[in-house]
Design a protein around this ligand. Structure first.
Ligand code: HEC
Ligand code: HEC
Ligand code: HEC
Ligand code: HEC
Ligand code: HEC
Ligand code: HEC
Ligand code: HEC
Ligand code: HEC
Length: 438
């Protein structure tokens, strides 16, 4: 194992009178050897990890029932147990002490020999995932205080409580995870508030706010909570809109920020191909695209839920003012009308007279901004400028209001006017034109 130490074979020999140097060299080598020997003795006989490994071996013997299991116990070696994880950029020696983590028969033993709680290691076996990717701490250490990150002056804090759930978001972002309420809440908020509309994460997202890929290193949990509760108070003049969160929600998001460590994980560790766009909001919108719209509705409509995935966070005021307008509830006025199909071109969105189906009730985003198929795919592809220009053109280039509103039809006469219109309404335009003629 040991490579023999090569003596330097310099051609310049020391001068005959320079013995003092050789003596000094001898003394210092001896001291070093002694110190080294003492450390090795301590390591081999007194180090706590050895005591844990002996206890583990005793436990293996204690439960051995036949020759095979006894032989297995006898062949357990006292040595470092470590996993080398190039894809995660680390070496974890935690199993040197935590020997029973994946051994179901160790569940009644004290730490560090105890079986890992839950079944999480079944999905994340230690030879592939190690421990520190979730728990933090100092992977190379073989002394407990240092491994658990509590060595004074060299902190490497372990994640505990809620923070342990934040670890999941380093790799998971597309799916809910059972038993991880804080992670689930944070993930949903991150999508719903469209944080990636302004921020980028691992190369995807907007550019109005700072990149979040390494947000964990920039601020602590407390700062993030304060910032989420009131961005302008935490950062005077901040252009980040107040996301309007409860304290619990702000804490969950702060937790999520602590999972954005900027570490470059190998793709093999990301469970779903799309997970690199962590936050899942683009995927969420893509999933939503047209999902709520009946097939018989007018073509091209995708449904307002698709827009809201991104815009609830991007333009909270615009969305709120729409929500509070009567147009967001216009369907109620016609729900029970006997000849409802006459009313639907204006009281619903995406009405198709040929099938008598509509995209969704009420006057929603696409009633004014036009069918989303024309411009939402651009947003999903990250072509934000194209998306914006086309969504705005539909409300700027022609007046979207007159399609439904006729100022010269008094409100009181409105229903009657609609009913007097042509008995068979060909298209929405025909309905409007005939209404305004009356
Ligand atoms: C030298 C042995 C040793 C090493 C190495 C070690 N541990 Fe421990 N660990 C223990 C012991 C002993 C306990 C129980 C007593 C305690 O809590 O300190 C424990 C407890 C724990 C606990 C539960 C208690 C808590 O503080 O939350 C976790 C989690 C943990 N270790 C994780 C790790 C991780 C992760 C690593 C690797 C970075 C690691 N340990 C390395 C000995 C070790
Ligand atoms: C995929 C993430 C993940 C990995 C990998 C992982 N753990 Fe855990 N660990 C957790 C979670 C989550 C909990 C809390 C589970 C619970 O309480 O049900 C936990 C709990 C523990 C506990 C008990 C903590 C306590 O407070 O009692 C110990 C000890 C522990 N882990 C050690 C390890 C060791 C050692 C490894 C490596 C062999 C490891 N873990 C790998 C996620 C992980
Ligand atoms: C280093 C990346 C990584 C981290 C961190 C991580 N996971 Fe996973 N997880 C994976 C991968 C990859 C899989 C798929 C396993 C496979 O390849 O079969 C997975 C699978 C799972 C599964 C099985 C169901 C499924 O979707 O396949 C659950 C449940 C799960 N993880 C929960 C968690 C929880 C809870 C945490 C946080 C405590 C966590 N994971 C942390 C990478 C990770
Ligand atoms: C309209 C654009 C916009 C939206 C939406 C937005 N932010 Fe921000 N965010 C900013 C701007 C601008 C800053 C820089 C000023 C500041 O720190 O407040 C910022 C700062 C931050 C910071 C501090 C980053 C650093 O490096 O200091 C974090 C973390 C953050 N935002 C997270 C979020 C999260 C999470 C969401 C979703 C709930 C979100 N942001 C939504 C614009 C936005
Ligand atoms: C994947 C996310 C996403 C989806 C889905 C989405 N948008 Fe957008 N939208 C954006 C982003 C990002 C911007 C640019 C915001 C900015 O520059 O402030 C934008 C801009 C806009 C603008 C221009 C706003 C301005 O700055 O003046 C309008 C109008 C708009 N979208 C309407 C819609 C409508 C209607 C839908 C649904 C049919 C929709 N969007 C769906 C992300 C999205
Ligand atoms: C050409 C478009 C159009 C058609 C078709 C249409 N409406 Fe309306 N409706 C409107 C507009 C625009 C308003 C709002 C008028 C205003 O507030 O000035 C309105 C308002 C109403 C109101 C008043 C709601 C309130 O809260 O005050 C009722 C009731 C109503 N419509 C019923 C109907 C019924 C029933 C039909 C079908 C028989 C119908 N509308 C067809 C455009 C239309
Ligand atoms: C009744 C018609 C109508 C409806 C319904 C409507 N919008 Fe708009 N929207 C407009 C008009 C008009 C403008 C102003 C365009 C301009 O700046 O010239 C606008 C502006 C916007 C802007 C830019 C706001 C800003 O602050 O810069 C966004 C974003 C937007 N709409 C998104 C939506 C979304 C998302 C929905 C559905 C939740 C929606 N709109 C529903 C007509 C509508
Ligand atoms: C798809 C048809 C449609 C379009 C397009 C439309 N509206 Fe409306 N609007 C309605 C209907 C229907 C109502 C009545 C809702 C109710 O009272 O139940 C209404 C009601 C209103 C009201 C009164 C309700 C309130 O909240 O006080 C205002 C103001 C209004 N619309 C403004 C506009 C403007 C401005 C535009 C263009 C940017 C527009 N509408 C485009 C159908 C439409």
């Amino acid at each position: 194992m040991n490579t023999p130490i090569q003596r330097p074979t310099g051609s310049a020999k020391p001068a005959a009178g320079d013995r003092r140097w050789e003596l000094l060299l001898l003394i210092s080598s001896l001291t070093a050897a002694l110190l080294f020997g003492a450390a090795a003795f301590r390591e081999n006989n007194l180090a706590p990890w050895i005591a844990y490994q002996r206890a583990y071996r005793s436990a293996l013997f204690a439960r051995a029932t036949d020759e095979r299991t006894r032989r297995a116990a006898a062949s357990f070696e006292i040595r470092y147990y470590q996993v080398y994880l190039p894809g995660l950029g680390r070496i974890d020696r935690c199993p040197t002490c935590h020997l029973g983590a994946e051994d179901p028969l160790m569940k009644d033993r004290p730490e560090p020999l105890r079986t890992h709680p839950g079944n999480i290691l079944a999905h994340h076996p230690s030879d592939r995932f190690g421990c520190t990717i979730c728990h933090g701490g100092r992977g190379r250490a073989t002394e407990a205080r240092e491994a658990h990150g509590a060595e004074p002056g060299r902190p490497a804090p372990m994640r505990r409580g809620d923070m342990l759930q934040a670890a999941c978001a380093q790799c998971h972002s597309d799916a809910e995870l059972p038993g991880m309420p804080v992670y689930n809440l944070a993930r949903a908020l991150f999508a719903k508030k469209a944080c990636l509309g302004c921020h980028s994460l691992r190369g995807a997202g907007g550019a109005q706010g700072p990149d979040l890929t390494a947000a964990a290193g920039k601020h602590g949990v407390k700062w993030h909570v304060r910032h989420f509760m009131d961005p302008q108070k935490a950062v005077p003049g901040s252009k980040m809109p107040n996301p309007g969160l409860t304290e619990e929600e702000a804490r969950a998001l702060a937790c999520l920020m602590m999972s954005f460590t900027g570490e470059n994980l190998s793709r093999d560790y990301l469970p779903v191909p799309g997970a690199r766009k962590a936050g899942g909001q683009v995927e969420l919108a893509a999933d939503r695209l047209g999902a709520d719209v009946p097939p018989g509705a007018a073509p091209g409509y995708v449904g307002s839920e698709t827009c809201l995935v991104c815009h609830s966070g991007l333009h909270p005021e615009a969305v709120e003012s729409w929500r509070n307008s009567k147009m967001a509830h216009a369907f109620e006025a016609v729900r029970d009308a006997p000849d409802r199909e006459r009313c639907l071109p204006c009281h619903a969105t995406g009405y198709n007279p040929a099938t008598n189906q509509f995209a969704e009730p009420n006057v929603t985003c696409e009633a004014c901004h036009g069918p989303g198929k024309d411009f939402v795919p651009a947003a999903l592809d990250g072509k934000v400028a194209e998306h914006r220009d086309r969504a705005l053109a539909n409300v700027r280039d022609r007046n979207p209001c007159v399609r439904c509103h006729q100022p010269h039809v008094p409100k009181e006469k409105h229903e009657e006017a609609v009913r007097r219109a042509a008995p068979k309404l060909g298209t929405a335009t025909a309905a409007i034109e005939s209404t305004s003629k009356n």
